[in-house]
Design a protein around this ligand. Structure first.
Ligand code: C2O
Ligand code: CU
Ligand code: CU
Length: 486
């Protein structure tokens, strides 16, 4: 574990501004002075911690600090002084113990996004509140057959989730596969966005930002703006990509080189799928094999239209109005040198579970709602089945060890990425058509005026947990419900 001294030394000076941003309300950004990032640094990765003998113990301190982002010192929030926090490498059957230390000025807590672990007690329990100055010991026991994949951790205290993640609190969890493909190198790519003012402090969100979901003006890979990567022709790399952005959809391309998808969110496909473009909604992850061909390629995210509030708020389209106007280069890959030998074939994986023929114990509908302007408040309401989140109310009761089919309806004019904790979802129908492959996700995009059907096997764990929109501004405003499995 990293000694605390470095972080403490960096803390001086950054505390006030970051603490204000973390508090959230009130402050918002005016375009008076712009923070311009320094692009082109060498690619680096967060610190890596590996489990040994079936366990990993980590102390994670959430604290404000002055941390290097986009080539400048910025007053942000970090875990153990880093943005992203350390990467935790686990295996199926491991026990992960995290002591979360809250050195923020406001409450926080921790969620392990995508892990199939118990939501009870000191497990993946989002109802836990860790007050400023306090700590809490989480313990997560992974089943021996836990799917390999890319997961991540982030705060989940209702009302401040978007503020805390936007300000820098996130990190990656890898569950290693038993049969990894041979690669020249593996990289973790945590993609985040943030808006900093001229003095390097985190910008607050305006009411409009909160309504459409804030998109930061800086889009970073492991805290860098357009870092440089290099490889030799023929080399194969594994890129594990995480979208930690509060609201930004990533439409990823790497023209000129070859991408093959090994898996999405959790698990691996039986064989890799060649792809030109990859859509990651907030919260999604992609496990990608990149084969270097030649020349210099921009790893880019393209503009994605996630709807508009036309007819509700005027014609402003989402996305560019609060972020960049078009494509953004995330990183630059230069391929040169002597050609490397052809990589070994990727070992085939067993077919994933398929619930399409399962016995369905219950069918439910969940409607993601964006309400009209409340008279006198000037704010929209964000609901599921007409209700805003209430932690003490249980919205959905599920019988343990059964399969359910949920129809996710979105009558609103903007997309909502729907996320369920603990139990992954198999997409069985998207806007009227069945996918041609077995598609497991823990965040599923429900397009504007569209619907998606998913099936869920509520196996292994019981207890209360949540589902919500992963545009975290929407979640904070109430687009979340409680599910109890018993
Ligand atoms: Cu990534 Cu409930 O969250
Ligand atoms: Cu989650
Ligand atoms: Cu939403």
């Amino acid at each position: 574990m990293r000694p605390i001294s470095r972080r403490s030394a960096l803390l001086v000076g950054g505390l006030g501004a970051a603490a204000t941003a973390a508090g959230g309300a009130g402050l918002w950004w005016t375009a008076s002075s712009r923070f311009s990032p320094i692009a082109g640094a060498d690619f680096t990765e967060p610190d890596a911690l590996h489990s040994t003998n079936g366990g990993l113990q980590v102390r994670l301190e959430a604290a404000p600090g002055s941390i290097r982002l986009g080539g400048h010192q910025a007053s942000v929030l970090g875990y153990n002084g880093g943005v992203p926090g350390p990467t935790l490498h686990l295996r199926g059957g491991d026990v992960l113990q995290i002591e979360l230390v809250n050195s923020l000025a406001v409450p926080t807590n921790l969620h392990v996004h995508g892990l199939h672990v118990s939501p009870q007690g000191n497990g993946d329990n989002v109802f836990v509140v860790v007050q400023p100055g306090r700590s809490f010991s989480y313990e997560y026991s992974l089943p021996a057959d836990h799917p390999p994949g890319i997961y991540w951790y982030h705060p989940h205290h209702h009302g401040v989730v978007a503020d805390q993640i936007f300000a820098g609190l996130f990190g990656t969890i890898i569950v290693e596969d038993t049969d990894p493909p041979a690669t020249s190198r593996d990289r973790i790519m945590v993609i985040s966005d943030i808006t900093l003012d001229g003095s390097g402090s985190v910008a607050g969100a305006s009411p409009m930002d909160r309504m459409i979901g804030r998109e930061g003006r800086l889009v970073l890979v492991n805290g860098h703006s357009n870092p440089k990567l290099s490889a030799r022709p023929g080399e194969r790399e594994r890129w594990r990509i995480v979208n930690t952005c509060v609201a930004r959809y990533l439409r990823l391309r790497l023209d000129g080189q070859q991408m093959q998808l090994l898996g999405m969110d959790s698990g691996r496909f039986p064989t890799p799928k060649p792809v030109d473009e990859l859509l990651l909604t907030p919260g999604n992850r992609a496990d990608v094999l990149v084969t270097a061909i030649e020349g210099e390629s921009a790893f880019r995210t393209m503009y994605y239209n996630r709807g508009s509030m036309a007819g509700m708020m005027g014609p402003a389209p989402l996305g560019p109005s609060s972020g960049d106007a078009g494509d953004t280069v995330l990183a630059t890959l230069s391929v040169s040198g002597t050609t490397s030998g052809a990589p070994l074939p990727v070992p085939a994986q067993p077919a994933p579970a398929d619930l399409r023929t399962a016995v369905v114990a219950a069918h439910r509908q969940l409607t993601l709602g964006v309400g009209g302007l409340g008279v006198g408040t000037g704010m929209m309401s964000f609901t599921i089945n007409g209700r805003v989140f209430n932690a003490s109310r249980t919205d959905t009761v599920v019988a343990a060890q059964t399969v359910e089919e949920w129809t996710l309806l979105n009558p609103s004019p903007m997309d909502h990425p729907f996320h369920l904790h603990v139990w992954p979802m198999q997409v069985v129908e998207e806007s009227g058509t069945a996918p041609d492959t077995i598609a497991w996700r823990d965040v599923v995009n429900v397009p504007a005026n569209g619907q998606v059907k998913v099936r869920i096997n509520f196996e292994e764990f019981t207890g209360r947990s949540v589902y919500h929109c992963h545009i975290l501004d929407h979640e904070d405003q109430g687009m979340m419900g409680v599910v109890e499995v018993r």
